[in-house]
Design a protein around this ligand. Structure first.
Ligand SMILES: NC(=O)CC[C@H](N)C(=O)O
Length: 394
């Protein structure tokens, strides 16, 4: 058995836009990638993280030191491909083992054409990002036999410096599905895998700004069939589908330039159809209601974030992945804070006081992460139920 991975993989360079350089080994595709470098503190779930469309144009550093232990499989995917622009880890273990394993992390990254660097001090990098804020970076994965030179280091720093800034980027329409489709898959169970919703009670129309599959599975599990529509679908087209509920998905980029989504959501909320938004969907609901968003210093990315429900004081440990947030000081009178982060007191949840519409900044679908705040999906179902009953009695 190999005692060390050093020498098994060619070298790689990680350069940040401020000139900071780390040297490690290339465990993914050969070549260059750029993006905003962020850190995620989840201990497991690297496959779900890599395939989360919200990581489009972001290079993810995983702070947990051993990544790859359980390999990859065909089921733990949040979209059809790797969306993260690159991966940064400390240690790739010598052995990957799991009863569902179909490939190693390294093979998966190569197959997914994803550049990745291992064997760097991720703790030092994370502290740097936490102190100085998220910034753009470049990973250069060298070819077999190629050596690190000053010219290559300079090239990586230069590429990091010219990468576009995340602020102002509309990426939701870039990753969104181009055609409408139907979704019936439900949650995963040991022994039987994913299920199918065959007796739906509700019809949900979900805007795909970069939707994670587990959100759709958790909505379907609670009795809905789902029509997933492209990000730029106008409100009138959604209404023609006669939904019992509207869902606004997570997604990459800055919410503010998504004017098509903001205006459609504004119109749809007014109709009184129950509406639920997650992450980018939360930010879009806030913008559509008149609030403002801002770019955070290094955002929230992890599976260990405590969030307080302001209605009952209950604290949930949540999954998070966002770099923008809604500014509490800009909330209009009809938008009520429902949840806050206990890490930095930023807004985590909102509800409209005049319409059956609410939203959450973190990820109640987890994947990866704890399921504490899954009750928000039950709240959405309950709103659809009472809306349906109200219509029947009208
Ligand atoms: N996961 C998400 O939906 C992220 C929302 C948005 N792109 C942000 O970074 O804040």
């Amino acid at each position: 058995m190999l005692l060390s991975l050093k020498g098994k993989f060619p070298p790689a360079i990680l350069a940040l836009a401020d000139g900071t350089v780390f040297l490690g080994n290339s465990i993914g595709a050969t070549g260059a990638t750029t993006g905003e470098v962020v850190f995620n503190t989840a201990m497991t779930g690297y496959q779900e993280i890599l395939t989360d469309p919200s990581y489009c144009q972001q290079i993810v550093t995983l702070t947990y030191p051993h990544i790859g232990n359980y390999g990859v499989n065909e089921e733990d995917i949040e979209s059809e491909k790797i969306h993260a622009a690159g991966l940064i880890i400390k240690d790739l273990p010598l052995v990957a083992s799991n009863f569902r394993k179909t490939a190693t992390l390294s093979d998966y990254l190569v197959r997914g054409k994803t550049v990745a660097i291992a064997d760097i001090d991720t703790r030092k990098l994370t502290r740097h990002l936490r102190t100085n804020g998220a910034q753009n970076g470049c990973i250069l994965g060298l070819a077999e036999g190629e050596q690190v030179t000053q010219a290559l280091i300079d090239k990586a720093v230069a590429a990091a410096k010219v990468a576009p800034s995340m602020a102002g980027l509309d990426l939701a329409k870039v990753v969104s599905v181009k055609e409408t489709y139907e979704w019936t898959q439900t949650e995963w169970k040991l022994g039987s895998g994913y299920g199918v919703q065959i007796t739906p009670k509700f019809h949900v129309v979900a805007f795909d700004y970069g939707v994670k599959k587990n959100i759709l599975r958790m909505i379907a599990q609670r009795g809905a069939r789902i029509t997933v529509v492209p990000a730029q679908t106008p409100a009138a087209d959604v209404l023609k589908l006669r939904p019992d509920g509207i869902f606004l998905a997570n997604g990459p980029g800055d919410p503010e330039p998504c004017d098509y989504a903001i205006s459609a959501v504004k119109e749809l909320i007014e109709t009184g159809i129950p509406t639920f938004g997650i992450c980018l969907g939360h930010q879009i609901m806030a913008l559509a209601s008149g609030a403002k968003t801002f770019k955070m210093k290094f955002g929230h990315h992890g599976a260990n974030h405590p969030v307080k429900d302001l209605d009952n004081g209950r604290v949930s440990i949540t999954s998070q992945n966002h770099g923008f947030a809604v500014d509490e000081k800009t909330l209009p009178a009809n938008l009520r804070p429902t949840h806050i982060s206990l890490f930095d007191n930023t807004l985590q949840g909102l509800a409209r006081t005049d319409r059956p519409a609410f939203c959450f900044q973190g990820h109640p679908e987890a994947s990866p992460g704890p399921h504490d705040i899954g009750y928000l999906f039950d709240r959405f179902t309950a709103l659809m139920q009472s809306h349906k009953e109200g219509q029947k009695n009208a």
